[in-house]
Design a protein around this ligand. Structure first.
Ligand SMILES: [Zn+2]
Ligand SMILES: [Zn+2]
Length: 263
């Protein structure tokens, strides 16, 4: 694995270690391009509901400073990029953009963990009806179509039964939208590492059917994930089993350009 654009930091409250340790272990694993994409702070929520799984707005400056310092410090040894993983909440998104403006974030990945628009939204792993599956797909498609995101992380995090016909139909809409926009879709290695419901074979089979380009995302919440050969090997085996085309690059300045065009 030469590149990984899905890396968290301690600021989201459920990932460990120092930022530097992620870089050191990534180098040890032979990774040449490392993107940090911690869970974006969201502004506009009432109260503190989400603080257990994302950085607070006042931590963003420290995150950006730290990643940029590491980028300088490690120049010539590893290419470091500054990103964020964010949900798309239609009503709050303009506020997020305004908030992120001064920080020079290079890219966003879409990690849609909740439906709707606020802290009362449903956790997507609880989705178990066709109606909610449609809402999930609508929200992902609308997000990707903004042009702000470089790819969608773990599209198959959604909880609907894989045998439900709406799983295939709606997941295909997300894959076709990604394809239309020239974006890869992620095969999430953390899901393998933690034995979660994703990545699932039904999803990989749909990637094959749609001719989707895939990208591996370590989704590192611990630096040791970079050197965990079994989970990475299993991901490659799955990709090979379904004959998928893998990419190791993303549009790392997509969000910067989105800004220029939209603000
Ligand atoms: Zn996380
Ligand atoms: Zn993540």
């Amino acid at each position: 694995m030469k590149a990984n654009f899905h890396t968290h930091t301690f600021r989201c409250n459920h990932a460990g270690c120092s930022d530097q340790r992620y870089v050191d272990v990534a180098i040890e694993a032979g990774i040449g391009t490392l993107g940090f994409s911690d869970h974006a702070p969201y502004v506009g929520f009432e109260g503190d509901f989400y603080s257990f799984y994302r950085m607070r707005p006042e931590q963003l400056e420290d995150y950006v400073t730290s990643v940029n310092e590491l980028r300088e410090q490690y120049k010539g040894r590893i290419d470091i990029h500054l990103g964020l993983e964010a949900e798309y909440y239609p009503k709050l998104f303009p506020k997020l953009l305004e908030f992120l403006k001064p920080y020079g974030i290079e890219y966003l990945i879409l990690g849609q963990h909740y439906l709707d628009d606020d802290q009362h939204g449903m956790y997507v792993q609880w989705v178990n009806t066709e109606e909610d599956m449609v809402r999930y797909a609508d929200q992902c498609v609308e997000a990707l179509e903004t042009g702000a995101f470089s790819y969608i992380a773990h599209p198959d995090i959604v909880g609907l039964d894989r045998k439900h016909p709406a799983f295939r139909r709606e997941m295909k809409r997300i894959l076709e939208c990604s394809g239309r926009l020239g974006l890869p879709v992620e095969v999430n290695v953390l899901g393998i590492y933690r034995d979660r419901i994703y990545p699932c074979e039904e999803f990989l089979d749909l990637c094959r059917e749609c001719g989707s380009r895939v990208i591996l995302g370590i989704d590192a919440h611990l630096p040791e994930q970079f050197t965990d050969a079994p989970s990475i090997e299993k991901a490659y085996n799955l990709i090979e089993k379904y004959g998928l085309e893998v990419t190791e690059t993303i549009d790392t300045t997509r969000f910067l350009r989105y800004y220029e065009a939209n603000t």
